[in-house]
Design a protein around this ligand. Structure first.
Ligand SMILES: Nc1ncnc2c1ncn2[C@@H]1O[C@H](COP(=O)(O)OP(=O)(O)OP(=O)(O)O)[C@@H](O)[C@H]1O
Ligand SMILES: [Mg+2]
Length: 235
């Protein structure tokens, strides 16, 4: 593992029954770097985020954060170390306001260093602060979920399909905000189907197919890689 690595995923296998949702996946990430993770539906992208964030442990291989194996740590222990994530389908407390949702999320975490002084304003939801979360549209619920993840002051932020449900101008703003977060030194994994968004953000991409990593490098090179092309055209 390179010493400057923030996160190293080493030959990780995640099985559901006999099925390998992740099949010896390896990559690493430095502080301040944005890694795009792309691939067809069901290729294992969310599972990778689940295994890194601690929703469940890897069955084989290891997840190393700041030089330490975290594979057996719970999700909340990992959150305390500075790993936070968003969800592909956010599940806010709908009857609570936007502000209250952030307060609840922070209840169990003591952020060691504040990343943004006001995560709600940071994601552009200032005017929604006192609205019930259930009254937000799907794009706004994604922004609230991002604010919740940022409130935990992550060193590593895992973002699962934030773009779905947002219009192009909202997306531009979000991409700019995420860049700003990375520039403050946060490492980021951005799972996304929308290639324009990945192109805008990612320093590097990993392409997944059927639980395996089939490409790692620049997005522009991925678009010319025969294996990647076959997977996308075949799908
Ligand atoms: N908890 C689970 N139990 C059983 N199978 C699962 C579970 N989670 C994921 N899978 C399976 O693992 C595979 C990978 O799923 P995953 O959600 O990681 O895909 P994905 O790349 O995020 O897809 P999408 O782009 O549709 O979000 C799929 O076949 C899925 O059905
Ligand atoms: Mg997914």
């Amino acid at each position: 593992m390179p010493p400057e690595s923030l996160l190293t995923v080493a030959r990780v296998v995640k099985r559901f029954g006999g099925f390998r949702a992740l099949d010896e996946v390896s990559f690493s990430l430095k502080a301040g770097e944005i890694l795009g993770v792309v691939g067809p539906n069901g290729s294992g992208k969310t599972t990778a985020i689940n295994v890194i964030s601690g929703l469940y442990p890897a069955d084989e291989g290891d997840v190393v954060f700041n030089g330490r194996s975290i594979n057996r740590l719970s999700m909340s222990a990992r959150a305390k170390l500075g790993i936070n994530r968003t969800f592909q389908i956010p599940k806010p407390f709908k009857a609570l306001t936007v502000s209250e949702n952030i307060e609840v999320a922070l209840h169990n975490i003591r952020p060691t260093r504040q990343l943004v002084d006001d995560p709600i304003a940071f994601v552009g939801l200032n005017e929604m602060r006192h609205r019930q979360a259930g009254s937000l549209n799907s794009g706004q619920q994604k922004l609230l979920d991002l604010a919740r993840a940022l409130a935990g002051a992550p060193q590593l932020l895992l973002v699962d399909e934030l773009a779905a449900g947002m219009n192009p101008s909202e997306l531009d703003v979000v991409a700019q905000k995420l860049r700003q977060v990375a520039e403050s030194g946060v490492g980021m994994i951005v799972v996304e189907h929308l290639m324009g968004f990945v192109h805008q953000l990612a320093d590097r991409v990993v392409v997944m197919n059927a639980g395996k990593e089939i490409f790692e490098g620049q997005l522009s090179e991925a678009a010319e890689d025969p294996t990647v092309i076959a997977v996308y055209l075949g799908g």
